[in-house]
Design a protein around this ligand. Structure first.
Ligand code: ASP
Ligand code: MG
Length: 422
């Protein structure tokens, strides 16, 4: 069995759905699980709707209408047969959502987020499933909320692997045993709790969903269909002469994702690595091209320099108020403080008297700083960027850093990192 994941960019309009339909048509006749994200930038719009609902703003119903119209327009452009069941299915999802919007929101923002924002994936997956039906590509729509089991950590649900594997093993795998050409259409990004509440897996989490389905079914491969040719060595929006990475090991993909490469969701690789399931990243615009392959490859020699730029960083420099050395104990305490305030350390450097850390900017930075000031002299620089170059050489550094003033620099054999002003 294979898993195909189609992200929002692939289904941003009717033409997008047609293209996805073509890719599936070319690959049907074999067991497939299709994982789809919400339309284009729909999740952002759903977030706006959620905020309006939560704050009981007057815009609530008009945002709802805009979202509804966008889906209806796509359905109108996509389906020749106006009698398709899709209309009724979409209408009832919107009816439910409308009803929910008329109720008083609970005080739990993250909970409400998941109940509302998840609707984007329900809608797109229904449209895709019905569209495939209209092409006579038989498929079954499945509700991922009943398959991917998470805890109640809303907006970043933690997967219960055992229950999820069991559910998918019981509800999905037998369908493939009965029918070797079975196609399942389901949603990315969403799961459900024991109490049947909806959860989401974190923004851009559909890749992770595809990996979960791959893991639970021991899939032959997982393919993420994207609007780029595969994994690139840098963000093409920032660098002009990017090159595609044809094949890289799982471990390398994890490193790249860790430092902020946004091509695949960071949680995606681990479950696949555990079961040695190859991950392909391919272009939905040029499906015949090879794309990138992430697998057990051991050879990193042919990997070109890879550039990852992480914006909105804060560089915090600390020295103890009594001018004593920074000991292991104070580092342990410092890490605990960062973790307490939810700051992830992206880079650190220490000397006898000072310790520097680079963290993602968050609104509660002042709280962290106030806490640290109890023990340390604290200086910090806002609006920094962390540039990471794996497999660097001097020319690569020059290309990425240019004339920017380097505030902090760190190198080891495979990696060079620079903190520079944004
Ligand atoms: N629709 C969700 C998002 O935009 C999940 C995904 O696209 O991966 O974050
Ligand atoms: Mg997306």
């Amino acid at each position: 069995m294979k898993i195909f994941k189609f992200g929002g960019a692939s289904v941003k309009d009717a033409q997008g759905f047609k293209n996805v339909g073509q890719i599936i048509a070319q690959n049907c006749g074999q067991p497939l699980i299709i994982v789809v994200s919400a339309l284009g930038k729909m999740t952002n719009k759903m977030e706006t709707l959620l905020a309006a609902y939560f704050n009981n703003s007057v815009d609530k119903n008009s945002i709802f209408e805009t979202i509804k119209k966008e889906h209806e327009q796509i359905v109108f452009n996509l389906f020749e047969n106006v009698q398709s069941p899709v209309n009724q299915l979409i209408a009832s999802i919107f009816e439910e959502l409308y009803k929910k919007l008329q109720t008083q929101a609970s005080e739990n923002y993250d909970f409400e987020y998941d109940q509302i924002v998840s609707v984007g994936e329900l809608l797109s997956s229904v449209i895709l499933s019905e569209y495939l039906n209209s092409l006579k590509i038989n498929n079954e729509w499945k509700d991922a909320r009943r398959l991917i089991r998470t805890d109640n950590n809303y907006r970043e649900g933690n997967v219960d692997w055992e229950k999820t594997s069991r559910k998918i093993g019981q509800q999905i795998v037998p369908l493939f045993e009965e029918n070797k050409q079975q196609i399942i259409v389901t949603q990315g990004f969403i799961g459900g709790t024991n109490e049947r509440f909806t959860t989401t897996l974190g923004r851009e989490g559909s890749d992770f969903s595809a990996a979960i389905f791959g893991y639970a079914t021991d899939a032959q491969s997982v393919t993420i269909w994207k609007d780029v040719e595969g994994l690139l060595n840098a963000d093409p929006k920032r660098f002009s002469d990017t090159v595609k990475l044809s094949q890289i090991p799982y471990t390398e993909a994890i490193e790249l994702a860790y430092y902020g490469a946004s091509v695949i969701h960071p949680k995606t690789i681990q479950p696949l690595k555990k079961k040695n399931i190859p991950l392909y990243v391919k272009s939905f615009l040029h499906p015949q091209n090879a794309g990138s392959l992430i697998d057990t490859a051991k050879n990193c020699k042919n990997i070109p320099p890879c550039f990852i730029c992480k914006p909105h960083q804060v560089l915090i420099s600390l020295s103890l108020r009594d001018f004593s050395f920074i000991s292991q104990d104070s580092i342990v305490e410092l890490f605990a403080t960062c973790s307490h305030y939810g700051f992830k350390i992206n880079l650190m450097q220490n000397s006898a008297l000072s310790f520097s850390i680079c963290v993602d900017y968050k609104k509660n930075l002042e709280d962290l700083v106030t806490e640290l000031q109890k023990k340390y002299f604290v200086k910090y620089n806002l609006n920094m960027e962390l540039i990471t170059i794996r497999y660097y050489h001097e020319a690569a550094i020059k290309k990425a850093v240019g004339n920017k003033k380097i505030i902090l620099e760190q190198r080891n054999r495979t990696m060079a990192q620079f903190v520079v002003p944004e």
